[in-house]
Design a binder for this molecule. Structure first.
Ligand code: C2E
Ligand code: CA
Ligand code: CA
Length: 348
């Protein structure tokens, strides 16, 4: 909170920025915790005021609203309070309450998108994708509600539910098809926030034990950013879980801008090439070069590749020709409710 005492809004804003930079610099120093160096980042919300009669509690609330906007911009970002933020913060809060209720009421569902072998189009596994059918707004994309769930902490219980629900469905398929019918298994998305929980590995292990599914059949999809937030901690979690047989996939591969060295250091089974590179494959030579490079690199490292968002036969043919074995996309199947996914399985 910074009083704008007649010095002009711009000057006050500049002072606030300076103060913020000082705080950020102070936070740059790594914190030694046990044997580990942790670097923490802080998001910040700022509100300016000129009248002296404003209530402190209102100003704190404005700064808090701005903080929320800063966090939405990204890690370690900041924002100045603006009046229209109040509305979107209220909308966000409303969405959060509705999401919580929908979750408690069992109104969320999992859909399953087949992962196919490009050679013959046969299903080799499924990716579980969350769905929320909202009574007035219809289907709300997980891209919109997952960040809300992360922000509110609901993602922990929701993520546990996704794993339990997905694995239970998987057992039904396994019993019907025999254990090795689908070599890829079931892919489950894990958000950065979920993965960052200190107890993440134990919780996953406990759920898998409770459901009795073979851990070798489960792939956890993580993004590069989830791994790079705390590389040492991530490595420990991955190793602990891979010792139990779990496999890991890097989701949205190619959209991060990280060093690639983690690929040989960590037990990564699969890379999923982001759909932005796949969708313009037949038109865009730079996407082609990127995909070829990823395929060559993965080949050397013994990592399996799945191309995501394959929508055209031309794209599928090109990928297959380049030696990409697996794909997912509307060309083959949309994400399907469990009963329809079962039908897709029996069709082949
Ligand atoms: P994602 O993990 O990259 O999932 C793939 C998204 O691409 C899905 O969107 C899927 O419906 C869509 N897709 C599949 N094939 C095609 C295609 O050919 N063309 C196009 N344009 N899109 C295709 P969806 O279901 O809306 O999910 C969005 C994101 O929400 C997911 O992206 C994932 O990051 C997140 N998400 C979904 N379910 C979960 C979950 O259970 N837990 C967590 N933590 N995140 C989830
Ligand atoms: Ca995914
Ligand atoms: Ca993806």
């Amino acid at each position: 909170l910074l009083p704008d005492l007649g010095t002009g809004r711009l000057e006050a804003a500049n002072r606030a920025e300076e103060l913020m930079n000082e705080l950020q610099n102070a936070l740059q120093e790594p914190l030694r915790v046990g044997s580990r160096d942790l670097i923490i980042s802080a998001s910040m919300g700022i509100t300016l005021f000129s009248r002296q009669d404003r209530k402190a509690s209102d100003l704190i609330q404005e700064a808090d609203t701005a903080l929320y906007a800063g966090k939405r911009k990204g890690k370690g970002e900041h924002a100045f309070f603006q009046a229209d933020m109040r509305r979107s913060a209220q909308e966000q809060l409303h969405l959060e309450q509705e999401l919580r209720q929908a979750f408690e009421a069992g109104d969320l569902a999992l859909h399953y998108q087949p992962i196919v072998a490009l050679a013959d189009g046969g299903t080799v596994g499924f990716e579980a994708l969350l769905r929320w059918y909202h009574p007035t707004e219809g289907w709300i994309s997980p891209a919109r509600f997952i960040p809300v769930a992360e922000q509110s902490g609901l993602i922990r219980r929701m993520g546990a539910w996704v794993l339990r629900e997905g694995v239970q469905q998987w057992r039904v398929w396994e019993e019907a098809m025999g254990q090795f019918a689908l070599p890829f298994g079931l892919s489950i998305n894990v958000s950065a926030h979920q993965f960052a929980q200190p107890q993440f590995a134990d919780k996953v292990a406990a759920i898998l034990e409770e459901t009795g599914v073979a851990t070798e059949r489960v792939i956890l999809e993580l993004t590069e950013s989830a791994l790079l937030e705390d590389p040492e901690g991530a490595a420990e979690k991955l190793l602990a879980l891979s010792q139990r047989g779990l496999r890991f996939a890097i989701d949205d591969f190619g959209t991060g801008y990280s060093s690639l060295s983690y690929l040989k250091q960590l037990p990564i089974h699969t890379i999923k090439i982001d759909k932005s590179f796949i969708q313009d494959l037949t038109r865009n030579p730079s996407s082609q070069v990127l995909v070829q490079t990823i395929l060559a690199m993965a080949g050397h490292l013994g990592i399996t590749v799945i191309a995501e968002g394959v929508e055209s036969q031309g794209g599928a043919d090109w990928l297959s020709h380049q030696g990409c074995d697996f794909a997912q996309g509307f060309l083959f199947n949309h994400p399907l409710p469990a009963n329809k996914a079962t039908e897709a399985l029996s069709e082949g």
